[in-house]
Write a protein that binds this ligand. Sequence first.
Ligand SMILES: Cc1cc2nc3c(=O)[nH]c(=O)nc-3n(C[C@H](O)[C@H](O)[C@H](O)COP(=O)(O)O)c2cc1C
Length: 490
Amino acid sequence: MLKASDIAQHNTRESCWVIIQGQVYDVTDFLEEHPGGSSIILRYGGKDATEEYLPVHPPGTIEKELPPDKHLGELDPQSVGGVAVTKSKPEAATTSIPLDLCLCLDDFEKAAKAVLSKRAWTYYSSASENLHSFRLNRQDWERILFRPRVLRNVQRVNMQRKLLGHHSNLPLFIAPAALARLGHPDGELCLSRGASAYNIPFVVSNAASVSMEDLAESMQGAKGRGCLCLQLYVKKKKSETLASIVRAKQLGFTALLVTVDTPVVGKREDDDRYKAEQALETQGPRPPPPVTAEGIQQSLQRSSTDEVFVLRGPYSSTLDWNELAWIREAWGDDESFGLKGIATAEDAHLACESGIKRIYLSNHGGRQLDSAPSALRTLLEIRNLCPHVLQQCEVLVDGGVSRATDIIKALCLGARGVGLGRPFLYALSAHGTAGVCKAIQILSDELETSMRLLGVVDLDHLGPHLVNTRELDPFILPPGPALHPRQSRI
Ligand SMILES: Cc1cc2nc3c(=O)[nH]c(=O)nc-3n(C[C@H](O)[C@H](O)[C@H](O)COP(=O)(O)O)c2cc1C
């Protein structure tokens, strides 16, 4: 048993120990490898990090990441009197907008903002650089107008659709978003319960804070209700990627979507600023680097060769079209395999040419490359330059969706289904599973009403004749010579 006062001595970069759920770990060698940066660990050096650790790591993470000899033993509970245990700050407000007053998805955003910690709000709401893509996502849906038809019998409406290999009650799914436990103690379980209750697909993030096993178990018993798919980040270590694929397969996940827009993590300044503030608070200001020609030269050289400098995040920056082959092979079923984060007609065409059957158009909620197009613009580009993709592949879209009318517009233009990320994170943060269920119910009601008002009773009757895209058309590459796979590779 280790004494709290002894553990407290190990609070530096040279020797850093943390307590998690009564167990003591030496994380010194892991500091630089930590995907969330070293400063957050250093903040808890020599202290109890349980409250910080639990919401953002699935069970077993530390055991998996650290060699067994870094588990130093148990904390002596008798000794705790002297240990400086860092509690998370009481930043969260206690009031929110009551569920009854959440009438549209934007209400959940306001409700969540009122209850989330600064850290959680920052992580969920942030987007990259000037937020151009983030804003475009929302604005572009508004630039499409409907061409509603009248005098039709719209009494009965069919909103069901086969989506992500699943007979879904609605043409929408829960998009993968990491760290749901930052928003609610049950985290992603709120999402799996909601997906199951409403029989829609849930694409689980590869960086989820609840294990795939627990999510799969939560869906059991709800026979045929909802389905789980896995979003895959290809990690630098191939073995980690393979392990995720094997686990998902064994647990009966029905589809695999490889995220391809994240060779590095985008520059989200709100997140970076939050981390810098935390580091400043605990470690004080860092001395400025010496400004000499030699020093600058060295740091430039380092930044172009040193992986840690160049690559933001733990993801593979070498993933290319050829490397996809082993991932497809490991998954073993092309019908349920897809790519997430396609943003041009060329790449959609290339994917289709390589036999990929599912293409998910997305700019990652504006969190990756700023000024990347909205999924809606990519969809319009595909319509112009390689419309056959819409026939040969299941095309999914996401980004900035806040209304069922946005979903209908996407479907009219050839998308098979539409994902929502932040709206569900906000719903679970404000009201847990009940919030997620209410958010889906709102979308379902809006969908039914809007289809009737548009004069359509079945999703299969939606088509381009029902929308006016003129406002966006001037910004979309016009139809031209057919795309060639080899040209596309350039
Ligand atoms: C907080 C947050 C975490 C996310 N985590 C992931 C992730 O782990 N994997 C992934 O492929 N996309 C991730 N995304 C992107 C979403 O899958 C989706 O593309 C995006 O949220 C859609 O935009 P919306 O939030 O406006 O609906 C994340 C988005 C947010 C907001």
